[in-house]
Design a protein around this ligand. Structure first.
Ligand code: CP
Ligand code: NVA
Length: 334
């Protein structure tokens, strides 16, 4: 036993460590908060290697014979295409299931649909409105369910964002990310990601469009263990002060179209423009999950300017999600 303790690389120790890691991994990827910190670090490392291999033209087939379903109740460009391409690049297949084209739209229950799909698929990416609906998919399936965006959070986006920040800044811990605008699904996942990885998150938003206070409180508690400081202010310049990363997202998310006018009125002072960028560090990077509305939450000058890394973010959806697919779908057995 003494020699086992000394030898971290002993095969038995590796097997035990792998088993332990997998036993901690939740069946579904529903939020950043649910993912163990070490798994996030491993995913980032794996995504870096996958990106390198992809650029070199290396082909790997770890998901040969596996099929991923995608059920989307909202439109998507990046999430859909990056998951489909990623699954194909890993040797598997992806099936896009527009929710209005399956029997779900004619009244078949979610539970019946989920149980049937479990018999065909090895994993399912779900884009829906309510986080509770996503959890329902998880409850009625034995295959992994991956959150492809809900009104509450967008974990795959935040993981791609972490990869992008790491590439540009060389680290995550101790950096300050300022999120300016609507305290929405993107803000929620960034707050949870910051708390996990020791990044400081400063949200500048109107009080009526702030992030969920319960989520902020949980993240602040988690942050006491990782050194992350999470704060919310109504002053956008204060939020952006000396930030390493400035991040914004649309003011009207999918499903909020009827709230357009009050949202624009409340959020106009939170536009990310050249003046706001001056509050951040001179070498700050500018992030946006896209799609963007130039002239609303961000000016064209900033979005298309030299500090913008938005296309790297979009690209990294592919690489980090391949790492996610290998971790969740790759280990799933029938
Ligand atoms: N950022 C993002 O999730 O984009 P899509 O809505 O195009 O998937
Ligand atoms: N907050 C936006 C993100 C889109 C990727 C929305 O939910 O529409």
């Amino acid at each position: 036993m003494a020699s086992l303790k000394k030898s971290q690389s002993h095969p038995l120790r590796r097997r035990i460590a792998t088993r332990r890691k997998h036993s901690q991994l939740p069946k579904d990827l529903l939020t950043i908060r649910d993912i163990p910190r070490q798994t996030i670090i491993d995913l980032l490392e794996s995504a870096k290697k996958l990106k390198f291999g992809h650029k070199k033209g290396q082909a790997i087939m770890p998901l040969k014979g596996k099929t991923l379903g995608l059920i989307f109740e909202k439109p998507s460009t990046r999430t859909r295409v990056s998951f489909e391409a990623g699954m194909n690049q890993l040797g598997g297949q992806a099936l896009f299931l527009a929710s209005e084209k399956i029997q779900l739209s004619r009244g078949e229950s979610l539970a019946d649909t989920a149980k049937v799909l479990t018999r065909y698929l090895d994993g399912l990416v779900v884009r829906t409105f309510d986080q509770f609906t996503l959890e329902e998919w998880g409850r009625h399936t034995s295959i992994p369910i991956i959150n492809g965006l809900t009104d509450y959070c967008h974990p795959c986006q935040a993981l791609a964002d972490a990869q992008t920040i790491l590439e540009h800044k060389g680290k995550l811990k101790g950096l300050k990310l300022a999120y300016i605008g609507d305290g929405n699904n993107i803000a929620h996942s960034l707050i949870e990601m910051g708390a996990k990885l020791g990044m400081h998150i400063s949200v500048g938003c109107p009080p009526e469009y702030g992030p969920d206070p319960a989520l902020v409180k949980r993240a602040q508690e988690e942050g006491t263990q990782t050194g992350s400081i999470i704060c919310v202010t109504s002053d956008p310049n204060e939020a952006a002060r000396q930030a390493d990363v400035v991040y914004t997202d649309v003011w009207i998310s999918m499903g909020q179209e009827s709230e357009q006018q009050p949202r624009i009125t409340a959020l106009t002072a939170y536009q990310v423009n050249g003046t706001l960028m001056k509050s951040a560090k001179p070498d700050a990077i500018l992030m946006h999950c896209l799609p963007a509305h130039r002239g609303e939450e961000i000016t064209a000058e900033v979005l298309d300017g030299p500090q913008s890394v938005v296309l790297d973010q979009a690209e990294n959806r592919l690489h980090i999600q391949k790492a996610i697919l290998m971790e969740w779908i790759g280990r799933h057995t029938r």
